[in-house]
Design a binder for this molecule. Structure first.
Ligand code: SIN
Length: 514
């Protein structure tokens, strides 16, 4: 069986940053279940938040991050993020990464929701993620092996230590890969909901794999719903960046009433969870909601990606109104990691959205995710490069090529509908309990029992991730950030700091952990 130094699962920015650092000293293989272009990073429009302007400070960035996160954030980790962020950004620029500048070469800094200052660096107008991914891909070219269309399935363990991963190729053949270090960089789980800004392949694979392996997960109830996804014929073909509101756009009803008036001091630039709930309430009362962009000059120059998206969907930018709807965007929770990106299992690391570093709290501040990715992917690389690995026998009793007759699982559409209806922007006990009871029996199945094909593993992963979100949401008897319960609408001070930790070994009883 092949063995390498480092296996990274996922091909977004987190994977590429870690790989670019590690490949100087280690053999690195990246596995990705679709093509290397299928990631949320590539879709990121807004940019990277970083306190680099003279008027700004890391303290202000920290305060905004904690405020948006409803103080559920781990302050030490936030400090690491906002203090180290600018250094990594400057390093990237020194290496040749180009962010947008004015005619004098000064960085153009955008503003997004809940930020006190203009501090969002962007590239290609609204194509920041694509520019970063292209830049990093170039850096690792010919130095890192990228294996496309191979879906990682299960982590291989030896005494609580991760020693490799099993995967399935496009022909549903089973492959085992051993590694001294395994890094999960699989992104989030927007695809378990009907409306999402995420790439369609992003359905929570990393959370499900980590859960099956017995790693700790935390904060899984905190899902961020982005207020403004393009809404066309009942579908969401893409995101309309918050940077558009940063340039002055406002949310209105069909008749032109501004819906964020008197809702928050930042109005349309209030934290995302607040804006999303206002839109949700308006839509529940039968209103259609639009972004009025009529005041933005040269919209197509500042936002070329969004202009193309709208044109493709026959929305005429010149008419000044874009139809929008909120949708699943980002998971604040995830695999619990420390400041080095280490999970509770030895030599298993998590970076990017699949990890919970604690920086986002209950609601992520806009454009903090690319920053988190860069800062903590570097931290993981530092850790791995400084570590001496204990020797172990790289063997596994996982038999190759076994295909059992799979147990029939709920369909992808059924899972998405159930999640959107009951575990979406507004939740309650009855809805959450129904989802937990329905999905829970399936979460006890192994990957072999469901048939060991890509299609069945996708469903099992969607089920496990959905159940982790719903059961954590059922346990949090308050509302905070991205988690809102109509039956517990208040934020409770005595819940402050209390984490809902999930782990396979815990016996879950409805309403609490025994
Ligand atoms: C956006 O551009 O609105 C999304 C960026 C982010 O989620 O931080």
């Amino acid at each position: 069986m092949p063995k390498t130094d480092v296996v990274i699962i996922g091909s977004g920015l987190a994977a590429l940053v870690a790989a670019s650092r590690l490949c100087m000293d280690k053999n690195v293989i990246i596995f990705t279940k679709a093509s290397k272009e299928n990631s949320n990073s590539i879709l990121a429009q807004g940019g990277i938040a970083s306190a680099i302007s003279k008027e700004d400070s890391w303290c202000s960035h920290l305060k905004d991050t904690m405020g948006a996160g409803c103080n559920h954030n781990i302050d030490k980790m936030v400090e690491t993020l906002v203090r180290n962020g600018p250094t990594y950004i400057l390093e990237l620029m020194e290496q040749g990464m180009k962010f947008d500048t004015n005619e004098f070469g000064d960085l153009l800094l955008g503003r997004e929701g809940a930020h006190s200052y203009r501090r969002i660096l962007h590239a290609g107008g609204d194509a920041t993620g694509k520019a970063l991914v292209t830049f990093m891909m170039e850096k690792i070219k010919n130095k890192v092996t990228i294996v496309e269309h191979h879906m990682a399935v299960d982590l291989i363990l030896d005494n609580n230590r991760c020693i490799g991963v099993t995967a399935i190729n496009q022909q549903d053949e089973n492959i085992t890969f051993f590694a001294e270090h395994v890094i999960l960089a699989t992104g989030g789980c927007g695809g378990v909901f009907e409306y999402t800004s995420n790439d369609p392949t992003i359905i929570g694979d990393g959370y499900a794999m980590a859960y099956r392996a017995g790693a700790d997960l935390v904060d899984m109830e905190f899902v961020q719903f982005h207020p403004t996804l393009l809404h066309v014929n009942g579908t969401c073909p893409g995101l309309i960046s918050e940077a558009v509101r940063g340039e002055g756009a406002v949310l209105v009803t069909e008749s032109g009433r501004r819906i964020m008036e008197n809702k928050h001091s930042y109005k349309d630039l209030a934290p995302r969870d607040i804006v999303t709930r206002v839109i949700f309430d308006e839509m529940s009362n039968g209103e259609k909601i639009f972004l009025d962009i009529s005041m933005i000059d040269s919209f197509n120059v500042r936002f070329p990606t969004i202009t193309t998206l709208c044109e493709k969907n026959e929305i005429i930018i010149e008419q000044g109104k874009i139809p929008i709807v909120p949708g699943a965007h980002f998971m604040m929770g995830g695999i619990k990691v420390n400041e080095h990106g280490e999970s509770s299992l030895r030599y298993l690391y998590a970076i990017g959205e699949v990890a919970c570093t604690g920086v986002h709290g209950a609601n992520r501040l806009a454009s903090n995710s690319l920053l988190e990715t860069i800062v903590f992917a570097n931290a993981v690389a530092d850790r791995i490069l400084s570590e001496t690995v204990d020797q172990v026998k790289y063997t596994s009793d996982i038999a190759n090529g076994i295909h059992l007759n799979g147990i029939q699982l709920p369909s992808e559409d059924e899972i998405k509908q159930m999640m959107s209806k009951n575990v979406g922007i507004v939740r309650n006990q009855a809805g959450l309990q129904a989802v937990v009871e329905y999905l829970e029996p399936y979460t006890k199945l192994t990957t072999k029992e469901v048939g060991f094909t890509q299609a069945s593993i996708v469903r099992l992963n969607m089920i496990t991730t959905s159940w982790l979100i719903a059961s954590s949401a059922l346990m949090r008897l308050e509302s905070r950030g991205g988690h809102f319960r109509s039956d517990y609408p208040e934020t409770m001070s005595n819940w402050q700091g209390r984490l809902i930790n999930r782990k396979k070994q815990d016996v879950f009883v409805l309403g609490g952990l025994s």
